[in-house]
Design a protein around this ligand. Structure first.
Ligand SMILES: CC(C)(COP(=O)(O)OP(=O)(O)OC[C@H]1O[C@@H](n2cnc3c(N)ncnc32)[C@H](O)[C@@H]1OP(=O)(O)O)[C@@H](O)C(=O)NCCC(=O)NCCS
Length: 147
């Protein structure tokens, strides 16, 4: 009998934070079932900045989990571009990733966008193209192996 007819379960959009206890209680279980082994999940994020005096000229946000580092944001202010700041941020990010035993750094960018050319200049290679992915645009998944 479909669950809707059983009248037992209710399907709803939870309020913000309402499921925190559920996720906390089942965090290890869902990851372990998904990956088919007991997972101890350590997730962390780091912000890296490059400054011009007190002013932030560029920043990078990286998330590290499951031996992977994922660059979630990178921005160099227009006036400071072309001077190697972006490359320097990537370099420090890779040092942090290496410290936490990541074997790979990955990032998703708009395919064929200048950001892809920038990452390729920094040693990254296209691993996959996700068709019509973010904002319905083709997304290039780029990566660099560290080990
Ligand atoms: C992409 C971005 C971070 C580059 O920062 P930057 O400080 O200007 O880059 P760098 O000066 O360190 O350049 C490193 C290399 O990439 C190349 N490069 C930089 N921007 C490029 C572009 N738009 N197109 C092609 N190559 C580029 C440089 O020529 C340099 O190569 P080289 O060392 O062989 O000469 C910056 O333009 C930016 O913030 N863009 C908007 C946000 C964005 O796209 N973020 C990345 C996605 S998360």
């Amino acid at each position: 009998m479909p669950w809707t007819e059983a009248g037992r379960y209710g399907l709803e959009i939870a309020k913000p934070g309402e499921l925190d206890a559920f996720w906390h209680a089942n965090d290890r279980e869902w990851r372990s079932e998904l990956w088919n082994f007991r997972v101890v999940w350590h997730e962390q994020t780091h912000d890296i900045a490059i400054k011009d005096g007190p002013e932030v000229a560029g920043a990078l946000h990286v998330r590290i989990a499951a031996s992977l580092a994922h660059i979630e944001a990178l921005y160099v202010v227009p006036a400071a571009r072309g001077a190697g700041l972006g490359r320097a941020l990537i370099g420090r990010c890779e040092e942090v990733a290496n410290y936490y035993n990541c074997h790979k750094v990955s990032v998703e960018v708009f395919a064929e966008h200048p950001a892809q050319a920038f990452f390729e200049r920094c040693g990254y290679k296209a691993e996959a193209i996700l068709a019509q992915h973010t904002f319905k645009l083709d997304v290039a998944v780029l990566r660099k192996f560290l080990l």
